[in-house]
Every structure is written in structure tokens, then in C-alpha cells.
Design a binder for this molecule. Structure first.
Ligand SMILES: C[S@@+](CC[C@H](N)C(=O)[O-])C[C@H]1O[C@@H](n2cnc3c(N)ncnc32)[C@H](O)[C@@H]1O
Length: 269
């Protein structure tokens, strides 16, 4: 995204960003996500009372507070500006969710993200890109990430949604991007079954996978294989498989010739 486009995104929400075009690596300023967009970010992520929602650059705390108030989710807001951290704590207390929420004065790039099951952000493209390796290294497969306005380079979103804003923002549109952290499915896998020796070679680019298999050296293709978080599925001449990727095994149900059975692939070195 160009510097001019970035200016337009923030200005479109009624904010004048001084000197923005000259310095695209600056810290994201404090601009609030409209509550309508907050609501959709949390519902798109299928937030519920079991979640730990972490808002990166939490500003006045609104996303974490909304997650606690609406879904009973626990939440952590990470914010560089100590005054905003203090304001977020006051806001949480005001609506009675201080037991569920925590606001920390820290840099998101130096914060351990593990433990979050939903991550939200309204930052800037360079910061989303800087966070990308942390997302992949620290977040468990299946963790949902929702970003208001800015995508990440290279990692296609699982979903992109445009929202027509209403009320004070009438006539404007917000975009949200949604990713599910993919399990590591890349590699060679094997299952010894009654009908033969199954071998799989899985290629992977983020959540995009390419599954090639063989049973006793007789190859099959699975052109529409899909990975979302830990859930994997594919269709092939050898049947339909639906299962889960764990670190060293893929286990699930094979449906072939009208019969279902469990099949477990183990990772090969
Ligand atoms: C665009 S505002 C979003 C506020 C809130 N998340 C929302 O959506 O309404 C971005 C916030 O990120 C904070 N911020 C910027 N860089 C940060 C960093 N490296 N670590 C933590 N917070 C940061 C800013 O102070 C600002 O409050």
C-alpha cells in the first residue's frame, strides 16, 4: 500500500495525519475503530467466552472492552502510550469489565503474543509486516487474526470484508482482513493401511496447501485441498479426507466407497 493510500485510509475516517506521507515508518497514531467495525471484527473471529482477545495498539481499549462486554471474553490490550493505557483501564472499570481485561504499557513488537486466541489490530502495513513472523512463531495454529484497514505482505487473508459505515461515518467504507494461523502441514507423511502404503507430500505457503499422494506408488492428486488452522481436508480418487494436523501426525476420517474409517498419517523425516 502506498503512503498516499495510507493517508487516505486514516483521512477517510475523519483524521488529519500530519506529515504522514513523508514518514511511513512512523508509529501508528491513535485513531479509533468505529464501534460498528469493532463488532464485526469480533464476530468475524467468532469470539466467545473461552477466548483471550489481544488488541495490538489498544488505544482507548474499545476492542478488548467490547469483547469482554459482549462475549465475556478475557482480553489484553497492548499500548505504547501510557495515558491511553490509563484511559483504557478507566473505560473498562466504567462498564464493569475490569476483571476480564488487562492493559499493558508495552511495544507490540516486544510482547509475547502466545496465549491469545484472537488477535486484533489497527496499525500500519509496516508494523503488520514486522509482526508477521511473531504471529507465525508465537500464536497457536487456529488463532484468529483480524486487522482493520491493513493487510500483510505475502500472507493472503482467509477473508476480506468491506463494511459500509453508518451513523457519524455514513458514506464511508471500512475494510477488515481475517487470517487463521495455519498448522505446519508441509512435509512427507505416511500411513500403512490394509489397501496399501499411503504416502503424502504436502507443499505449503501459509494456509495454501498442495497435497500429492500415492498408495503403493500409485499416485493420486487432491487438487482442492484446504487447510484452516489445524483442520485439513481434501478430495481425491482415493476418497475424501477430513482431519486435523498435529505436530507429528495428521489424523482424521477417510470416506471412500461409502465407508468411513479413521486414518492416521505420521510425519516422515
Ligand atoms: C490506530 S490506533 C488503534 C486503537 C484501537 N486498537 C482501535 O482500533 O480503536 C493505533 C494504536 O496503536 C498504538 N501503537 C502504535 N505503535 C505501537 C507499538 N509499537 N506498540 C504498542 N502500541 C502501539 C498507538 O499509540 C495507537 O493507540
Amino acid at each position: 500500500m502506498t503512503a498516499r493510500a495510507i493517508v487516505l485510509v486514516f483521512c477517510a475516517l475523519g483524521v488529519v495525519v500530519q506529515g504522514w506521507a513523508q514518514n511511513t515508518d512512523r508509529e501508528p497514531p491513535f485513531v479509533t475503530t468505529p464501534m460498528q467495525v469493532v463488532g464485526r471484527m469480533l464476530s468475524l473471529a467468532q469470539t466467545d467466552g473461552e477466548d483471550l482477545v489481544m488488541d495490538l495498539g489498544s488505544g482507548d481499549g474499545r476492542i478488548v472492552i467490547a469483547a469482554a462486554k459482549t462475549y465475556g471474553a478475557h482480553g489484553v490490550g497492548v499500548e505504547l502510550d501510557p495515558d491511553l493505557v490509563a484511559a483504557a483501564r478507566v473505560n473498562a472499570r466504567r462498564v464493569g469489565v475490569e476483571q476480564l481485561t488487562r492493559f499493558v504499557n508495552a511495544d507490540v513488537l516486544k510482547t509475547d503474543l502466545s496465549g491469545a486466541s484472537v488477535v486484533t489490530a489497527y496499525l500500519l502495513p509496516w508494523l503488520m509486516d514486522a509482526l508477521q513472523p511473531k504471529f507465525l512463531a508465537e500464536l497457536a495454529p487456529g488463532t484468529r487474526i483480524v486487522s482493520h484497514a491493513f493487510p500483510m505482505s505475502g500472507w493472503e487473508p482467509d477473508e476480506t470484508e468491506s463494511i459500509r459505515l453508518t451513523g457519524a461515518y455514513e458514506g464511508r467504507t471500512a475494510t477488515i482482513y481475517y487470517w487463521v494461523v495455519p498448522a505446519q502441514a508441509r512435509g512427507s507423511w505416511r500411513a500403512v493401511q490394509p489397501e496399501g502404503d499411503w504416502r503424502l507430500e504436502i507443499g505449503q505457503n501459509f494456509q495454501q496447501i498442495d497435497v500429492r499422494g500415492a498408495i503403493d506408488d500409485k499416485p493420486f492428486r487432491a487438487p482442492n485441498a484446504r487447510l484452516r488452522g489445524v483442520d485439513i481436508e481434501w478430495n481425491s480418487d482415493a476418497g475424501r479426507f477430513s482431519g486435523r494436523v498435529e505436530s507429528s501426525r495428521i489424523v482424521g476420517t477417510l470416506t471412500a466407497g461409502g465407508a468411513k474409517r479413521t486414518i492416521e498419517f505420521t510425519r516422515q523425516e
